[in-house]
Design a protein around this ligand. Structure first.
Ligand code: SIN
Length: 444
């Protein structure tokens, strides 16, 4: 891969800046049609792109295919939404005046994306940015540049004018520094860790950049006594083990009512037995490797810490060896007896570990769930309609799954509160992130 640094990033920003005038001048239908064209090429090349992703990132091939479908759904949606970026005509304060509120593109947008969803996190930002009339400089994660380059190649084939989409791979500090330092960049959209998000926010103050930050999470998954147990178990497996647990919105801590705790643990453990750990290219594999050594070491530390504080490992708890592959696989792990002082109860594990604690009342579990610096996603399972509204409103999270462990979809607002970030991605809401309101006061 090219190891780009400061000067290549400045060149890319220059290209995006030069291309901006002509790109924003296109009609929404023209921009939408190019974006839809890129989606169509990704659809055509799904198998190739998915294979590349599995080889590069490790997730099982079926999940990689799912991610390509997810990724192109953001482009499909944005291509349509380009035509609906409306302004307002506001009743004026004098008979000879008119007040217009125009929506205009913010300008050159820097897009910084993570390795866990190497394609979808790009298109979730790029789609609405392009639809709004912005041009973009994309810096993919160092672990997964190939998936980004593949999207760039398809953008060329789709006919995007030069400079509208730029991809810089390489040194994150040099690239990020150049993005933050260049007045031509008007906006940064970042998905990644909370510490890096905080740093970007500090440094973005220099040019008062607009920011969208999708940061860490520590999702509670609550099973009330009246929950449909089949659905709770099935959702727990899907939500916890997607991408081997390397997902910002995956369940990190499970709270189960004391009256159904043992039944849930038994059923959850039995369901985990069916999960196959292995090479993502292999048939029927559900859990691939973790992304790097630091990733798997952190998972081991979390399990050891929990055990040293009294937790019991019910299943898994160790690395899994997969013949012919790197030593970076971890067994799907179920732990009981989680207490608030354990790292699994407070820090993102980003691995296939499910720690469980019992609770006795709704009030107690909502307090436990909200006792976190994070506020990205939370899940709860109940058949009580009043509780659905009460708990949904009280949970301090940007996304709440009610009897649903898989809320991600292109048309919904995705994002967090507290240390999980700022802004929303997805649906019509994403367009606000890439447009400025201009007030025109017109005296007739
Ligand atoms: C993420 O982990 O940041 C994204 C997950 C999703 O979009 O479902």
């Amino acid at each position: 891969m090219p190891k780009c640094g400061e000067s290549e990033t400045r060149d890319a920003i220059g290209a995006a800046s030069d291309a901006w005038g002509a790109w924003r001048a296109k009609t929404a239908a023209e921009r939408g049609s190019l974006i839809a064209g890129l989606a169509g090429l990704m659809r055509r090349d799904t198998d190739r792109l998915a294979e590349l992703m599995t080889l590069e990132q490790g997730k099982p091939l079926a999940e990689a295919r799912g991610e390509i479908a997810y990724a192109l759904s953001f482009l499909d949606w944005s291509a349509e939404e380009a035509k609906r970026v409306y302004g307002d005509v506001v009743p004026a304060s004098a008979p000879d005046k008119r007040i217009l509120a125009l929506r205009q593109p913010v300008g050159v947008t820097a897009i910084i994306t993570p390795w866990n969803f190497p394609s979808a996190m790009i298109t979730r930002k790029l789609g609405p940015a392009l639809a709004a009339g912005c041009t973009a400089v994309v810096k993919p994660a160092e672990d997964t540049p190939l998936s980004a380059i593949a999207i760039g190649e398809l953008a060329v084939e789709a006919g995007f004018p030069p400079g509208v989409i730029n991809i810089v791979t390489g040194d994150p500090r040099a690239i990020g520094g150049a993005m933050l330092d260049d007045e031509r960049v008007r906006k940064i959209s970042f998905t990644g860790s909370t510490p890096v998000g905080r740093l970007l926010m500090e440094q973005a103050s220099k040019h008062l950049l607009r920011l969208s930050l999708e940061l860490g999470g520590h999702a509670p998954f609550i099973v009330f006594e009246d929950a449909d147990m089949d659905r709770a178990v099935e959702s727990a497996v899907a939500c916890k083990f997607r991408n081997a647990g390397q997902t910002c919105i995956c369940a990190n801590r499970f709270y189960v009512h004391e009256s159904v705790h043992d039944r849930f643990v038994e059923r959850f453990g039995a369901a985990m037995e069916g999960l196959k750990v292995g090479n993502g290219m292999g048939e029927g594999v559900n859990i691939g490797p973790l992304i790097n050594d630091a990733g798997i070491e952190k998972v081991e530390e979390h399990v050891a810490d929990a055990v040293s504080k009294g937790a019991k490992v019910v299943r898994g708890g160790r690395r899994a060896s997969v013949e012919g592959c790197v030593d970076r696989f971890f067994q799907p792990t179920l732990i009981t007896g989680m207490t608030p002082d354990m790292r699994v109860a407070t820090d993102e594990t980003f691995g296939p570990v499910a720690p469980v604690a019992a609770f006795s009342s709704e009030e107690e579990v909502v307090r436990l769930a909200n006792d976190s610096e994070y506020g990205l996603a939370a899940y709860f399972f109940t058949d009580n309609a009043s509780r659905v509204m009460r708990v949904s409103e009280t949970l301090e999270y940007g996304i709440v799954g009610v009897n649903d462990g898989g809320p991600s979809t292109a048309q919904a607002p995705f994002g967090g509160v507290k240390h999980s970030g700022l802004g929303r991605e997805g649906g019509k809401y994403a367009m606000d992130e890439y447009t400025e309101l201009k007030y025109v006061s017109w005296r007739l």
